[in-house]
Structures are given as C-alpha cells and as structure tokens.
Write a protein that binds this ligand. Structure first.
Ligand code: SF4
Length: 237
C-alpha cells in the first residue's frame, strides 16, 4: 500500500465535508454504489467517516463474477453488509417469458425492457423516500457531466443529487485507491473501464471510448438504458 499525497488527502477531506454537509442539510441521504472505481473512493469515505449515508448496489442478476467478488471484498474490509437491491421477481419472470433469458441481444426493445426491469425500477425503488442521493460522476467523463453542479435538484427523481467527485481526475481516483489499498474490480486491469452486466460488457481496444464496451452490438445512438446519462454512470448502468 502506498500513501496519499497531501493534495489527495485534501481532496478527500473536501469530499468528506461535502457529504457531512449533505447529511446535515438533507438528513436522509443515500448512495447508489455503482461498484466502479469512483465508487471505491466514495464507499471508503462514507463507511469510514459518514456512515449515516446509506449505501446500496443494484444486483441485476447478470453481473460479472468479478463484481460479486468485489462485493465480498468490500464487506470483509469494512465488516458491513452491502445492501443489494434486486429486480422485482414477477417482472423478471414476465421479461424472460416474453424475450428469453438473453433477449437483449435480439432487439433494442427487449434490451431496454431488460434494463428497465433489472436496473431502472430497482434504482427508483431504492431511492424512494430519501431527500438526496450521492453520485460518483466526474466532470471529465463527458460534456454533460462537465456542466454538472456539486448539488443539484434532480427533477427526474424528485430529490437532491450530490456529486462530490466532480473535480477529481481519473488519475486522482486511482491514486486514492492505491494509496489506501482499496479493493477494486479486477476487470479494470483487463481493459474494462466501464463495467455493467456480464453479457452486455466487453473489454475495449486501444483508442476506443470508455463506453465502447457497453452494448457494443448496437448503433452508438441507442446505447443507453432509459436513464439520464449522469444517472446511468452513477449506478454503473
Ligand atoms: S445491461 Fe444487459 S443484462 Fe443488464 S439489465 Fe441491461 S440488457 Fe439486461
């Protein structure tokens, strides 16, 4: 394990302060843990310093084994259970009866329906009743995220959205992970910058965009799952 530079320590301190302020202002705060690299930073700060913030992850039922392994590592490290939110059983049964277990490869309609049942509905259910939710989005990830604010009203979901990592670079995220010796998804070491469900994620080639490995068989304009882009990134969709 390395050490954190003074700069990273200061940035981590600012994240902690932003999260504490969010709890003070909004009381019921929840973190949708995507289990990506940024999520390791936020999980560490929340579970170490701001445990009033509740954490959940969505288990779509189709995640890579490496992601389940990461869940185990997190639970061991922090000695806390990670709350998992699952798709609704009846909706899942209807989905597979209609489209088959791998229907997402056969039509865009089936793919969007799968994302709706396995990700979007569980996400909405998990944030219901909270006053604010935390995301790990960073400005440099896209033009949309470059215009984000640290605290915004999320009109789509009707609660505040707190984004304390906006000013972090990817390098700083990894400096924090390495410096603190945090667990992370080992797929990141195999050219998977963005990790979602196993059947819908592949490694990227040099020069490809970080989301090129998601739903790679579709036209690029359809590669979304019905969530706002910032929400998508935040929950690993
Ligand atoms: S990413 Fe693929 S498997 Fe996961 S919910 Fe969407 S379509 Fe279904």
């Amino acid at each position: 394990m390395g050490e954190l530079s003074k700069r990273i320590e200061e940035k981590a301190g600012a994240v902690r302060a932003a999260l504490e302020a969010a709890v003070h202002a909004h009381r019921q705060v929840v973190y949708a843990n995507s289990l990506g690299a940024e999520a390791m930073v936020l999980t560490d700060i929340i579970w170490s310093h701001v445990p009033q913030i509740q954490i959940f992850s969505i288990d779509t039922g189709r995640l890579p084994q490496e992601t389940y392994d990461l869940m185990e590592k997190l639970q061991w490290r922090y000695r806390r259970p990670l709350r998992l939110v699952h798709p609704e059983a009846a909706a899942l049964a209807r989905l597979t009866a209609t489209h088959g277990v791998n229907g997402f490869y056969h039509s865009l309609e089936a793919r969007l329906e799968c994302c709706q049942v396995r990700k979007i509905e569980p996400f909405r259910r998990a944030i219901a009743g909270f006053s604010a939710w935390v995301t790990g989005v960073r400005r440099e990830q896209s033009d949309t995220r470059a215009r984000a604010e640290p605290l915004e009203w999320d009109t789509q979901h009707g609660l505040y959205k707190v984004s304390p990592l906006l000013e972090w670079s990817e390098s700083e995220v990894w400096q924090y992970i390495r410096g603190r010796g945090l667990p992370y998804n080992v797929l990141h070491d195999r050219q998977f910058p963005s990790i979602g469900c196993a059947p819908c994620t592949r490694a990227i080639q040099p020069g490809e965009s970080r989301r090129a490995g998601r739903w790679w068989w579709e036209q690029s304009e359809s590669r979304e799952c019905g969530l706002h882009p910032r929400v998508r990134e935040a929950i690993g969709a």
